[in-house]
Design a protein around this ligand. Structure first.
Ligand code: M6R
Length: 601
């Protein structure tokens, strides 16, 4: 959600900024712009829509060596050129990621001082406030410092001032910003992919710190404006992870990486012995109650984890979406652990939920993919998922890695709470070991799912149904389909249909019925027969061979222990969603209106 790249160096900067913005496209955006220094002046070029539109307006040969660039995901005002960043007021030009909550009050105050605004954005107000404070302070650093104290909300900012055309200033609170350098200059950026063409070393700017960047140096000032030094972090992933290679879409590439991602995640915490689980998860022993909090797909892994932890480890779990949880009364006690799940580690609501728990002195565990992200750094404990960078907005491999961590946690807690026999534990371990092969097998069966996708892609609505764990799988299957194909797909508890929803079933309405839970399968099948009796087009997804034919298509998945089953169940649903979206010619990796990293509330 919004991407920032800034560069000050000894070489032409427009190609560098543009390739940085391209690398941040995955975050989601609907307009873009660049401000660059040329002939000692700040020049601004903006365009709505995709980066390619901006590219047509840029002179890649221009002899400019300092610039800030931005991709905007509209929050305040439509996606048009006026609202696109950078925003310039007086001497200050700003790019911004985040939301300023008190921008109306600030805008009113500044309007009374004579400032006029062209856009509907909160960002233009920041530029005006900087300009106003600069007139009072007569010093750029002090003006930024004063401004940061007046802003309420979240902000990562790249700032140019026409009185200092050699430097870029940066400031952040609650939205991420990194700094980096290589032989030809220095960077600021929202995320690591923007710098990977030049370096894999970066500094994390902390909350309320200000950085000054020029072609020679990066200077960081702490919240009291004292100069501080931060050490460099190293990104160890492969650069090819952020490239599509021969795949048509990142989503497809990332699904095809799932066996490797599973292996990497398992190998980080489990060497085949229960001792290794104790070493990695021993800290969990003392918690008797768990709250799992997350958004979107990450929340769905929490729904699955609730079912697993309650049924197999005998631990009480409360799962909630972060945007609700952060404003809810929570019934914590001293044995509560709050688990935050996030791919990006920057999701605003999940971060706020974490801070709420910490505020109440409750211990927090982050299950996070992005190394050094805000959620990872602020939680008491971190377990990293080993999915590597995920570029497609629709999460696939990171979701699977989150499920993998929850499976291991369930196994460990079930073991220490004496809920599993040693024979059952041995069987689970055998399944853990054979899973990469089964994941690959499911991916390789893609043609089966593609054939089904070809039959249903023209429908306006699709239903997903299941019970228990399979209802949780349905939630993710439905989200995957709707977010990339724009088909209205909704998940229901199979037993709940006849209380209203079944009235929506018409001739040939696709119903994707998931049934992997042996204990309750007969009940689910009865519900499937109810929709079939109303002429639904039933796609039956199960690890168990049916006794009679009540479906139109059957997706057979491999059967493993329920603690691990959802890892396999989701793969056909991801590939089915992919092909439906492809048939509908949707922008699969960057679906409309969506952002990869949701850094606003
Ligand atoms: O980065 P996070 O895991 O915290 O993101 C949470 C959701 O925004 C994310 O899972 C979203 O639902 C995905 N687009 C789903 O594919």
């Amino acid at each position: 959600m919004c991407g920032i790249v800034g560069f000050a160096g000894k070489t032409k900067c427009i190609p560098i900024i543009y390739s940085g913005l391209e690398a941040l496209e995955y975050r989601g955006y609907d307009s873009a712009g660049i401000a660059y220094i040329y002939n000692d002046k700040i020049n601004i070029i903006k365009e709505k829509g995709k980066l390619i539109n901006l590219k047509k307006k840029l002179d890649f040969d221009i002899n400019s060596t300092i610039a800030i660039g931005h991709t905007r995901w509209a929050t305040h005002g439509n996606a048009n050129i006026t609202n696109a960043h950078p925003h310039q007021v007086g001497k200050f030009t700003v790019v911004h990621n985040g939301i300023i909550e008190n921008y109306i009050e600030l805008k009113n105050k500044l309007s009374k001082k004579g400032y006029q605004f062209k856009s509907e954005t909160d960002t233009e107000v920041i530029s005006a406030l900087l300009d106003y404070n600069y007139k009072l302070e007569k010093d750029i650093l002090k003006a930024i410092d004063k401004t940061k104290k007046e802003l309420i909300g979240s902000f990562a900012l790249g700032i140019l001032c026409s009185d200092d055309i050699k430097d870029i200033y940066a400031l952040r609170y609650s939205s991420p910003l990194i700094l980096a350098s290589f032989t030809n200059g220095n960077f600021l950026a929202s995320d690591i992919p923007a710098i990977l063409n030049y370096t894999n070393k970066y500094i994390i700017l902390e909350n309320l710190e200000i950085a000054k960047i020029n072609k020679e140096t990066i200077t960081i000032y702490n919240k009291d404006l004292k100069e501080v030094k931060h050490s460099y972090h190293t990104y160890n992933g492969e650069k090819s992870n952020v490239q599509k290679n021969s795949y048509e879409h990142f989503m497809l590439k990332e699904i095809n990486e799932e066996d490797k991602v599973y292996k990497n995640t398992i190998n980080s915490y489990f060497d085949g012995t229960l001792k290794s689980l104790n070493e990695n998860f021993g800290f969990l022993k003392k918690y008797k109650k768990i709250d799992i909090v997350a958004c979107g797909s990450a929340y769905h892994t929490g729904v699955i984890a609730k079912s697993l932890l309650e049924n197999y480890a005998n631990i009480k779990v409360y799962t909630e979406v972060a945007s609700e949880y952060r404003y809810k009364k929570c019934f914590y006690d001293k044995d509560t652990l709050v688990i935050l799940v996030s791919q990006s580690g920057e999701t605003a609501d999940t971060l706020a939920a974490l801070r709420k728990a910490k505020n109440d002195k409750i211990k927090t565990l982050a299950i996070v993919n992005a190394i050094d992200s805000s959620i990872a750094r602020e939680a008491d404990y971190v377990l990293y998922t080993k999915a590597g960078p995920e570029i497609a907005v629709a999460t696939t491999k990171a979701y699977l890695a989150q499920l993998t961590v929850f499976s291991l946690i369930t196994l460990y807690l079930a073991y220490i709470n004496n809920q599993l026999s040693s024979k059952e534990i041995d069987n689970i371990i055998k399944d853990i070991i054979k899973l990469p092969r089964l994941i690959k097998k499911e991916i390789n069966n893609y043609q089966i799912y593609y054939n089904i996708a070809d039959k249903i892609y023209e429908n306006k609505q699709v239903f997903f149904i299941g019970r228990g764990l399979d209802y949780a799988n349905s939630l993710e299957g439905a989200l995957k389909l709707k977010e990339i194909s724009y088909i209205n797909s909704v998940a229901y508890q199979a037993g709940e249909l006849k209380h209203g929803t079944i009235s929506l079933i018409e001739n040939k309405t696709p119903v994707i019925a998931i049934a992997t839970d042996e204990v309750i399968i007969d009940k689910t099948i009865s519900n499937i027969k109810e929709v079939k009796a109303r002429n639904a087009y039933v796609i039956y997804v199960s690890s168990i061979n049916p006794k009679d034919i009540f479906y139109d298509d059957f997706i057979k998945i491999e059967k493993v222990h329920p603690i691990l089953q959802s890892i396999l169940t989701i793969i056909p649903l991801q590939l089915l969603a992919y092909k439906v979206a492809k048939n509908n010619k949707c922008d699969i990796d960057k679906p409309r209106n969506l952002a990869k990293s949701v850094t606003v509330e």
